[in-house]
Design a protein. Structure first.
Length: 301
């Protein structure tokens, strides 16, 4: 609760001074400082949708308050993320709403330019640079199709979200010097920074327990992501709040590492060294590709 309050207070202070300093070099500094603040707010939203600190979803949604990151409705984030926690379906291109993989037939049907873009997106640098745009394009297209089909939950979620975005932007426009383009760039940057966490949270493996990463980093990025760096621990015990994850991992480290199948990194620096410009995996879902080949489907086109 204190952390959430702190995020809102720091956000208000930074956006005020950034607007007041608009046109100077300091304005850019203050806008950039907003990027990790909005990223931390997204991490807190993730906690809220998992039932912390209240058991009532609506009470937690009220704490999420104004959508500082603008782009994703809280209720849609909640619905899709809860679906993502169906671990047997992790990484499935159709069943896991947070999967970055393509089904082999979709990969083979993609044009050369799209394949190149998605391959670039499978590097850490690419995920930070173009990942938010690719993610937004896919998310908005899917949401539009659901809304057009008349899905009431989707329409309600977007209605509430757009109302809150309108309130937030109306308040921000009262600040002398406020720049909407600068704020949109900050929100994109926050999604980009969040991409460091989501970049390799999951991998395609036959064994369900081997699909989720452990990053033993205890630095500022681990805190910014509220220890979702220990992602296998979170998936094993999603009801455990963020501040108990490090202790839980420390007490049962050998168990988690054994269940995890060795999908472990020491730090985010190690991830940057290994994957900044080198793809971590193919875009085509490797397990599905092997199954199709084994079953005699040599050509997927």
């Amino acid at each position: 609760m204190l952390l959430l309050l702190g995020v809102y207070l720091v956000f208000a202070a930074l956006v005020t001074v950034a607007s007041a300093a608009q046109g100077s070099g300091w304005s850019l500094v203050f806008w950039l400082c907003l990027v990790p603040v909005i990223t931390l707010h997204s991490s807190l939203q993730h906690e809220l949708l998992h039932g912390h600190p209240f058991r009532t979803p609506r009470a937690n949604a009220l704490l999420a308050g104004l959508p500082l990151g603008l782009f994703v409705p809280y209720w849609r984030f909640r619905s899709l993320h809860i679906a993502h926690h169906d671990d047997p379906r992790l990484t499935d291109p159709y069943e896991d709403p947070e999967s970055w993989y393509l089904h082999p037939r979709d990969w083979h049907a993609a044009g050369r330019a799209r394949r190149a873009l998605l391959a670039f997106n499978n590097t850490l640098f690419g995920r930070m640079l173009v990942g938010p745009a690719i993610g937004m394009a896919g998310f908005f297209a899917a949401e539009w199709r659901l809304a057009w089909s008349g899905r009431g939950d989707v329409l309600r979620a977007w209605g509430e979200h757009l109302m809150l975005v309108g309130v937030l932007l109306a308040l921000l426009r009262l600040l002398p010097g406020f720049s909407l383009p600068a704020y949109l760039a900050v929100c994109y940057g926050a999604w980009s920074l969040l991409g460091v966490r989501t970049f390799l949270e999951h991998r395609a493996e036959e064994a369900v327990g081997h699909r989720t990463v452990i990053i033993e980093d205890r630095g500022p990025l681990a805190f910014l992501f509220l220890f979702n760096s220990l992602h296998a621990v979170h998936h094993r015990f999603p009801a455990v709040p963020w501040y108990r994850l490090p202790g839980l991992y420390r007490r049962h480290r050998d168990m988690f590492r054994a269940e995890n199948g060795g999908y472990i990194y020491r730090s985010y620096l190690e991830i940057a060294r290994r994957h900044a410009f080198r793809a971590k995996e193919p875009v085509e879902h490797p397990v599905l590709a092997r199954r199709l080949k084994r079953d005699g489907f040599q050509e997927i086109e």
